[in-house]
Design a binder for this molecule. Structure first.
Ligand SMILES: [Zn+2]
Length: 135
């Protein structure tokens, strides 16, 4: 799964796969993680998609994850966890914290009401800002 990302996304120099609790919770809904907070833009897109379920360790799961990761640096793996990549390990770690934070916000807001999702245009502006941040 990691090798397929490295071969297909030249900007991926480090990848992290976790079973982070809240991201995995949302992955069990087989829904994308929507823009509940602007920090989700660290993931490289307006949301984090959920890859179709496949058995762990299979080429099918790797293909599903790569497909759902198009235009993004993160992907939920249905009923499993999350993958994130960055230009180096520190960046990948920093990016990995944001979808987990946002997944927790999403879960918490859904438990008390209807979360208000940020518009895609606003998220795309944040993605551009984060791409140039610190340079
Ligand atoms: Zn796993």
């Amino acid at each position: 799964m990691h090798a397929l990302v490295y071969r297909n996304r030249f900007e991926a120099q480090a990848m992290i796969h976790t079973h982070a609790l809240y991201a995995t919770t949302i992955s069990c809904l087989k829904e994308k993680l929507p823009a509940i907070d602007y920090l989700l833009a660290y993931s490289g897109g307006p949301n984090v998609k959920c890859a179709k379920y496949a058995t762990y360790g299979t080429h099918e799961l790797a293909e599903n994850a790569l497909e759902a990761m198009k235009g993004r640096k993160a992907v939920l793996l249905a009923n499993h966890g999350i993958n994130v990549f960055g230009g180096n390990l520190c960046e990948a770690f920093d990016i990995s914290e944001q979808p987990e934070f946002c997944a927790r916000l999403y879960w918490q807001t859904k438990s008390v009401g209807n979360p208000v999702i940020l518009p895609e245009e606003a998220m795309n502006r944040m993605v551009e800002r984060f791409e140039g941040y610190g340079q």
